[in-house]
Design a protein around this ligand. Structure first.
Ligand SMILES: [Zn+2]
Length: 273
């Protein structure tokens, strides 16, 4: 896409205009046909390949501006017949989030290394990663109302959250409806990525109004880049996210989320076809 609509006054925004005024347009552009949120994709050149800058969007069905975005997984997201999702956050590293881990109860060894010993292993017959929950959320409209139970454990047995999955899941549009400062499972879609005063902001849209994920800690950012194999943090533009974190509210009322470790976050990235 080479032109998008600037949502504030409905004017046209070209690639050239965007490059001249990124602060003005970032988070405020839509596909001019289907009105879905858009973002700017930098161009780059290698010896063999040249990609011109462009705009991308998760276009609505049938939009003739459609450029196919391919999610970075196509794995089986089946939740199985079980009603309990158990996530041991200590055991989650990026290497295993990428794959669907199905593990038989009787096996002592797994891809996860040492199998955690639950006080009653029958209570938690399946480990379900955040990534799998995210894939379900993006594929099934009513999964967020699922009656599944969830228990997240970290740091040598500390329970981060426990109870009905539906009570703990908070979509990006609902952040201000839940108590601030309490651990929740937030999910949504990143529209654009920006750096301000050294901090990294993963923005759901307009950074002044819409939710963001804030990463202030340099080490956390480095870990994020490493764990999710990012060549450029811009790769998170358009990505779906799920994060176990805490919501805050900025002085201007805008909500933002902070999290402590990369094991508390997962993404479903997309690339341009
Ligand atoms: Zn469109």
């Amino acid at each position: 896409m080479e032109n998008v609509c600037y949502v504030v006054d409905g004017s046209d925004c070209s690639i050239l205009l965007y490059q001249e005024h990124p602060e003005k347009y970032r988070g405020n552009i839509l596909c001019d046909v289907c009105r879905e949120k858009s973002w700017f994709v930098k161009g780059f050149a290698t010896e063999k390949y040249l990609r011109a800058p462009c705009f991308a969007a998760h276009h609505a069905e049938g939009c003739n501006n459609k450029i196919i975005l391919i999610p970075d997984d196509d794995g089986d997201a089946s939740p199985g017949p079980l009603s309990v999702i158990n996530i041991d956050l200590d055991k989650q590293r990026k290497q295993v989030i990428d794959v669907v881990v199905s593990q038989s109860k009787s096996r002592k060894d797994s891809n996860w290394g040492v199998v955690r010993r639950y006080s009653n292993v029958g209570d938690y017959p399946e480990n379900k990663s955040l990534r799998q929950i995210l894939t379900k959320l993006t594929r099934e409209a009513d999964f967020s109302e699922s009656d599944k139970q969830i228990k997240m454990v970290a740091d040598g047995g500390r329970v981060v959250l426990e109870g009905g999955l539906a009570e703990h899941l908070v979509s990006q549009s609902e952040i201000l409806n839940v108590p601030l400062g309490e651990p929740k499972i937030f999910w949504g879609r990143i529209n654009n990525v920006n750096r301000k005063n050294g901090a990294l902001w993963l923005n759901c849209g307009n950074y002044k109004k819409e939710p963001s994920i804030l990463i202030e800690d340099d080490e956390l950012e480095e870990q994020l880049v490493e764990d999710f194999r990012l060549k450029d943090v811009d790769e998170l533009q358009g990505a779906d996210f799920i994060v176990v974190g805490v919501a805050f509210r900025a002085g201007n009322g805008k909500p933002y989320i902070k999290f402590g470790f990369t094991k508390y976050i997962s993404f479903r990235k997309y690339r341009l076809e």
